[in-house]
Design a protein around this ligand. Sequence first.
Ligand code: FES
Length: 600
Amino acid sequence: MRAFVIIAATILDFREMTSREKAEAMTDTKRGMRRALTSYGDEAFSLFLRKAFIKAMGYSDDALARPVIGITNTFSGYNACHRNVPELIEAVKRGVMLAGGLPVEFPTISLHESFSHPTSMYLRNLMSIDAEEMIRAQPMDAVVLIGGCDKTVPALLMGAASANTPAIMLVTGPMITGAHRGERLGACTDCRRLWAKFRAGEIDEAEITDINARLAPSAGTCMVMGTASTMACMTEALGMMLPGGAAIPAVHADRLRAAEATGARAVTLAAEGITPQRIMTPHAFENSLRMLLAIGGSTNAIVHIAAVAGRLGIQIDLEAFDRFGRETPVLVDLKPTGQHYMDDLFKAGGATAILRELKPLLNLDCVTVNGRTLGENLDSAAPPFPQDVVHSFANPLFREGGIAVLRGNLAPNCAIIKQSAATPSLLQHTGRAVVFASLEDLAERVDREDLDVTAEDILVLQNAGPKGAPGMPESGYLPIPRKLARQGVKDMVRISDARMSGTAFGSIVLHVSPESAIGGPLALVRNGDHIKLDTAGRRIDVLLDDAELDRRRRAWRAPEPRPEDNRGYRKLFLDSVEQAEHGCDFGFLKPPLDRRAPSR
Ligand code: FES
């Protein structure tokens, strides 16, 4: 129902343009096929040559005189989360043509979480550079960004922010849920939960094989509030997506209608010239961060939104974000924090239902990609109705937001914990450190019967940060040592400079910065040290005095470089990647950071 409203409103907008405005849009010398000409020293010849080649595609002069709308084709045979991209492109093209534009799709890098070695985060910046440069290099008056799987939405937003061509995001949408013996299943919260049961011997080989075929039953992104769903909701709150676009399931017909509406809107957006920089302001990032807190969203989103904001010279202020967290409740009852799935959120009203509850905390005058303000969009949205997925502000799921920002002698710059997905009794905990020096060390020793570990200990993983791994993999969800899992231990405090999948849960401290590979204090922790986690006080400390830490720091040696570290993209990455609080972007891609969000 909501999608019909979007389409009607969008096409009406374009029809409201005067014929003079349309004519101006189509004849402007810097528009359409005249944009971004190849350099031959003779612009008329460049255009002549371009038209000669594009006519080989069968276009008429009339088609080539239209506003050109680029469409990122992020389909890949390796990316099931983008399985529906071809049909979305067809629907976007339909919308563009209904609105009088010429749609032109072009390929970009596509990243799937399980098909990106060593980790998709390592490649996010490469995808953002690809998107930025292809948007800049090719003639297009606006671009439809089709993303979905975790890193693709931030990468496309980063690229679009830097290119600053009018842009609009369309996500592939979440999967529908699977089922196993009468139980609903969702990737990948249930992948981890059931794998943990298998490790503990509660599920046998035949059953886990059966489950494996039921966890991802359709096209689309993980259907819990993982990173993909989080980034979709945050992008809608940011204003870069049409209202209602975040939660529509990938296989629902409304997803195609949203794609058509997005294509139509892109044509008007091109004529209006509303650029990403006009939409993604510090106040818009505040709205997006409020959404992150209210949905109990993925911790990865902090890194991604810092990277997107950084491309616009905006620094995400983590202390201010933590203050936001104390006043922004968790409203959405979705796994891994709660019990529902994304198609339930869609039926409950989608992101609009969340934004409506958050309204007193939002900057309602932010312009969004449909040309209206966030407040105007909420005022014109369908009325609320009774449902149990999005709680009211007065009756939240948790009083405080899902993510807390920690500091202490173990994390002088920052660390974070997703408190809404943690075991409450472990949020205040002191324990003995059991240290793993690397991912390889973890894999080799964590399941050994002679590992000296108890359920009260704290597992520490070093050298898994942005430079250390490299690429800051989602290895912060350290497995419970098998001998403890067999005893029924489900959760322990775990600390690392790595990330964690947004679909995971547990009492897990992440993004410790500075990371251990560059000599951060995490590198100085040894087996048997005691660590104190004080979530209420926002502290994470190793209980050592400064003199001992200084002694260990002087003795510390950086890990030996690996032979492959000295060439190609890997060298660029290692030379340029920043720490988590700066978004793990490459410093040279950012302008000076001269604004802050949240600004209060
Ligand atoms: Fe693509 Fe989860 S693997 S969204």
